[in-house]
Design a protein around this ligand. Structure first.
Ligand SMILES: O=C(O)CCC(=O)C(=O)O
Length: 361
């Protein structure tokens, strides 16, 4: 396929620094439904320009077969990449907490405590910086997302930021995203992983297990490996067994393989082992909500940073009463997830989706 620029704007103007808001924008950017218009994105595309961002039939077939695909061209311009890197560096600086950190759903300066390594991980930063907010709406991401969600309108679920510092960046253990999301349904969820640094074996490139999007338990996701490990630890403690640090489980790369997979799944893993796309900075990968993925530690001398967008098809509901994440309004079981916290990021009336290839998994 011919290389083409998948992003809306080549040179957005420089935005304000972390914590500052362009005049006229609210402190909580979740109140802004749609792009802020503050310069991170160019004007929305239409017609052939928009259609040129669509995945090809080959790419969709590869997604259906493997459970993941990467973009062949960047989804970010050089200046968007630069802005996002500056904003994630500010966000992950524990010595200078972000002034709006209270708006986030989760903020872990080190999710790998006790392991001797560091993993920065946050959710909800889209509420705090124009770049993180407007990233949700990048056409080069959201049109393919709609194709991979059977051509349906796409809503935002939540965001994530990961930063592994050079030299001591921690692993992200093998997992299926939907193991953490089964309080919502029916499953029509998708993850977009956007690399902010070139990913290599040395710095902990993201890997996926081909075909693992077919691995289910009772029609749902695999259990969370870390939860199983925590339960095992409780039993070990209560029976006087060896006590272990909780974090040692969360940084145990192989917990899913060792504690959750069955013989058939392990045989498939061995026959077709985890693969990386070795994403270049500014490129994105899309994976199915059940595709097992994970990454080893960062042994390089430079940081390895990534932003993740989690979406679902319009019509996805809450399966519980209460708050799905800290800082979200209460919902009732059965209620469709919508409103300003789950904005439409791709409206299918923008294009004739019946002319585009769409996923069937
Ligand atoms: O950055 C990583 O290694 C983890 C990313 C991840 O879990 C995801 O993209 O869903």
């Amino acid at each position: 396929m011919a290389a083409r620029d998948r992003s809306r704007s080549r040179s957005p103007r420089r935005l304000l620094g972390p914590g500052a808001r362009p005049v006229g924008l609210p402190r909580d950017l979740a109140q802004v439904v749609g792009p802020t218009g503050a310069g991170f994105l160019g004007p929305p595309l239409a017609g052939d320009a928009l259609r040129s961002l669509a995945l090809t039939a080959e790419q969709v077939a590869q997604f259906d077969n493997d459970g993941f695909i990467g973009t062949d061209v960047p989804v970010l311009t050089a200046s968007q990449l630069e802005q996002l890197r500056a904003d994630i560096d500010a966000l992950s600086d524990a010595s200078n907490p972000h002034p709006d950190a209270g708006l986030m759903h989760e903020l872990h300066y080190n999710e790998a405590k006790g392991s001797g390594s560091v993993l920065f991980h946050s959710l909800g930063h889209w509420r705090c910086a124009v770049s993180f907010h407007d990233l949700l709406f990048i056409d080069a991401v959201t049109l393919p997302a709609s194709q991979l969600l059977q051509g349906r309108p796409v809503r935002f679920w939540h965001d994530q930021a990961f930063a592994k510092p050079g030299g001591h960046g921690a692993v992200v253990q093998w997992h299926q995203d939907f193991s953490y999301w089964d309080r919502t349904g029916p499953m029509a969820h998708l993850t977009v992983h956007i690399a902010l640094d070139d990913q290599t074996d040395e710095n902990g490139a993201l890997h996926w297990v081909p075909g693992s999007h077919r691995w289910k338990r009772q029609g749902g996701p695999l259990p969370q490996a870390s939860q199983i490990a925590r339960d095992k630890m409780k039993v070990a403690k209560s029976t006087g067994g060896e006590a272990m640090e909780a974090a040692s489980f969360d940084t145990n790369m192989n917990a899913l393989y060792d504690n959750v997979l069955n013989d058939q799944e392990r045989a498939q893993w061995t026959a077709d082992p985890p693969r990386s796309l070795y994403l270049k900075a500014g490129h994105a990968a899309f994976h199915h909500a059940l595709t097992v993925h994970g990454s080893w530690g960062n042994r390089s001398l430079k940081p390895r940073r990534a932003l993740v967008l989690n979406y679902f098809a319009h019509g996805t509901r809450s399966l519980m009463n209460g708050t799905l994440m800290k800082g979200l309004p209460k919902v009732k079981a059965g209620e469709i997830l919508q409103g300003n916290f789950h904005p439409v990021v791709f409206d299918t009336s923008r294009l004739d989706m019946s002319q585009l290839p769409v996923s069937s998994v």
